[in-house]
Write a protein that binds this ligand. Sequence first.
Ligand SMILES: O=C(O)CCC(=O)C(=O)O
Ligand SMILES: [Fe+2]
Length: 328
Amino acid sequence: MAGTPSLPTIDFAEFGDGRSTEARVIGQKLFAACRDVGFAYLTNTSIPQDQIDGMFDWSAKLFALPMEIKMKAPHPPEGWKHRGYSGIGREQVSQLVFDPDELKAIRTGKFPDFKESFDLGNDQASTQQNDFPHFRAYTVNFYNACREFQMSKLLPALAIGMDLPNDFFHRHHENNENQLRLLHYPEAPTSVFESGEKGRIGAHTDFGTATLLFQDDCGGLEVESPSKPGEFMSVPPVSGTVLVNIGDFLMRWSNDTLKSTLHRVRAPPKRVNDSGMTMERFSIPYFMGADAEKTIECLPGCFGPDKPKKYEPINAGQYLDMRLNATY
Ligand SMILES: O=C(O)CCC(=O)C(=O)O
Ligand SMILES: [Fe+2]
């Protein structure tokens, strides 16, 4: 595995309202990154750094609570619901077969995804609620800051980069069907990670349109190399950045033009004076979901005589249900 990060960085500082030449250049760079790698670091997103830091503080406080308190807001059994606490071993991602070590662990009855999570979403949703009163206000604000960036900059930039009308993706994300997930990978003896008995998150792709990913300074995130399938490259934390990656739904929508890239989290490289324990890690993905009832057709510009359409139009809701029910 290579140690040097080789992801593009997209700077949103000059994006403004999306109408300038600078905005066009940003859109083109974003499109190229999503097509060639499927992952990029973003800077100057306008999501305030103190809000990001505060969200990590709240996350640490939440996961430090006794289990019986966390279980007062359990994740419901339905795969389409995205709220509440999932304890260790509750969710195993469904594409572990890509990774021989993890496949071995599953065959021997072990559950290598050693993590716990707490899901939140649109506070106005009538079918599911956010929990924990005082914590709720902070997370809803943070969710809204992510959504603001998604709707006013990220989706318009991608549309511009693909020569689509600025509001093209915006119009497919009006229902606010996104999900914020607080993730905690507890510390454990380094030996259990080395033996494959435990892992952090197995190799997988995300389901939706795209994901914003905030990570702490632990490290361990890896992304499949675009040029060498099967090889993973390290994606170290870079302060002041947030990652973006494309999900399967947008890959399909774009006739596989944009890449939903495999990624995983492993124990970070050992540090000097290692105490025998691998440090805990926190991360916060924000998953963007398209409006469930709107049928998507292959994106303009992604098909032609040399590139026939590969997929039938599909309803976004049906597609996501199918994927999520396979995970839970
Ligand atoms: O913890 C991370 O950095 C990655 C999380 C992730 O890929 C996911 O939840 O889909
Ligand atoms: Fe992921």
